[in-house]
Design a protein around this ligand. Structure first.
Ligand code: TXA
Ligand code: MG
Length: 335
C-alpha cells in the first residue's frame, strides 16, 4: 500500500516532512511535488535505494536520473569541475527548472548516472521538495514519478494511478505549477548543449552564458539516453496537428470518429457534437499548455479515447519545450 499525505505546498507540516525524510533515510521511495512535475525520490547516495526507483518505474537501466539538492553547497558533494558558466547559471536560475549536467563524483550512487561519467543536478523551487531534501540530509535522486514511457504526473492522483503499491509514500501538494519537466543543459561540453528543452529557453540561457547548442545528432543523443526511449505516450494514438484551422481539425476528428472514440486538446473551439467526442479547450499560450497537457492526455485516455488529436501552438519561446513533448508523445504529426 502506498500512503498519501496531503501537505500545504507552501507550508508543509514539519511532522509530515519528517515522515517522508525518514523513509528516504531508510532507503525507501517517496513521490513529491516540484514546480515542474512530481518526482519519485530516493537517497542519491544509496545504490540499493536508487535501484528501487528503476524497478518501481520499470525504467530502462541505461537512463540516468536527476539529483535534487537544496542549495549550491550540496553540489560540491556530487560533482566536480564546477565551471564559471555553471556558477552563473546556478546564481541566476536556482531554485528553478534548470538541470545541469556536470562531472560526477564517486560519492553519488553509480545507478544515478547509469554508467556515464556525468551527473545531472537541479535545485527545485517547491517548498515541499526543498524541505524534504534538507530534512533527510541527503541529495535526492528523482526522475518524474510516472511508469516509464507514460506522461509525467502533475498531480498526486497521476502518481497513484501509475505507482500505487510500488512506492512507500506520496506527498500530495496539489497540482504542479509549470507542468513540464526542467531544461537539461550539458556543461561538460563546449559550447554547452541542451539535452532536453524546458521552461528555461535557449534564448534565455544564451543571454546568460553565450552560445548553447541544441543536441540533435545521434552522438549527442547518446549522452542523454532518456531521449532515445518512447516518452509521454498515452494508450490512445496521439495525432498532432501543428497548425490547424477549424475546418481542418473538424475534418480530422470526424474522420477518426468513424473508427472510435476521439479526444481533442486544443485552443480552437470545435463544432463537433458527438457522444464519443470529448474536447479539452486550453488557452493558446505556452504556460496554459504546459500546465495542462499531461493531465489532459491522461484524462482523455481514461475516458476511453482511441485517438487523441492535439492542436499545436507556436514554437517560439517556451512553446518550443511544450511542442517538443507533444511531438514525442505523437504517433503521427501533421504540419
Ligand atoms: O523537472 C524535472 O526535471 C523532473 C523533476 C522531478 O525534477 N524530473 C525529470 O526527471 O523529468 P526524468 O528522469 O524524467 O528526466 C531526466 C532527464 C532524462 O532525459 C535523462 O536521460 C536526463 O535527464 N539525464 C539525467 N542524468 C543525465 C546525465 N548524467 N547526462 C545526460 N542526461 C541525463
Ligand atoms: Mg521522465
Amino acid at each position: 500500500m502506498t500512503q498519501v499525505i496531503r501537505v500545504d505546498p507552501d507550508h508543509p507540516q514539519p511532522a509530515d516532512i519528517e515522515t517522508a525524510a525518514s523513509i528516504i533515510r531508510d532507503g525507501g521511495l517517496v513521490a513529491f511535488p516540484t514546480e515542474t512535475v512530481y518526482g519519485l525520490g530516493a537517497d542519491a547516495t544509496s545504490q540499493s535505494a536508487v535501484l528501487k526507483i528503476f524497478e518501481a518505474k520499470r525504467r530502462p537501466a541505461d537512463n540516468p536520473v536527476i539529483v535534487h539538492v537544496s542549495g549550491r553547497e550540496m553540489v560540491d558533494f556530487i560533482a566536480s569541475d564546477i565551471t564559471d558558466k555553471a556558477e552563473r547559471l546556478v546564481q541566476r536560475f536556482w531554485p528553478g527548472p534548470l538541470t545541469l549536467v556536470l562531472t560526477r563524483k564517486p560519492e553519488i550512487a553509480p545507478g544515478v548516472s547509469a554508467g556515464l561519467a556525468t551527473v545531472a543536478v537541479r535545485m527545485p523551487e517547491s517548498e515541499v521538495a526543498l524541505a524534504l531534501i534538507r530534512r533527510s540530509g541527503r541529495p535526492i535522486a528523482a526522475p518524474s514519478a510516472n511508469v516509464s514511457g507514460r506522461p509525467s504526473p502533475t498531480t498526486a492522483a497521476h502518481v497513484l494511478a501509475d505507482l500505487d503499491g510500488r512506492i512507500d509514500l506520496i506527498l500530495d501538494g496539489g497540482t504542479t505549477d509549470i507542468g513540464i519537466e526542467s531544461t537539461v543543459l550539458d556543461l561538460t561540453v563546449d559550447p554547452p548543449s541542451i539535452l532536453r528543452p524546458g521552461w528555461i529557453t535557449t534564448e534565455t540561457l544564451t543571454s546568460v552564458i553565450g552560445a548553447v547548442e541544441l543536441a540533435a545528432s545521434e552522438e549527442e543523443l547518446r549522452h542523454s539516453p532518456g531521449t532515445r526511449h518512447g516518452h509521454y505516450r498515452p494508450r490512445a494514438r496521439l495525432v498532432l496537428i501543428e497548425r490547424g484551422s477549424t475546418q481542418r481539425l473538424d475534418a480530422l476528428c470526424e474522420e477518426e470518429l468513424k473508427k472510435g472514440a476521439v479526444g481533442f486538446i486544443g485552443h480552437t473551439l470545435t463544432k463537433i457534437d458527438h457522444p464519443s467526442f470529448n474536447a479539452i479547450i486550453l488557452e493558446e499560450s505556452a504556460a496554459a499548455y504546459a500546465h495542462s497537457i499531461y493531465s489532459a492526455i491522461r484524462e482523455l485516455d481514461e475516458r476511453g479515447a482511441k485517438v487523441i488529436v492535439v492542436e499545436g501552438i507556436s514554437k517560439s519561446g517556451e512553446g518550443a519545450a511544450v511542442m517538443d513533448r507533444i511531438r514525442r508523445a505523437a504517433s503521427r504529426i501533421l504540419s
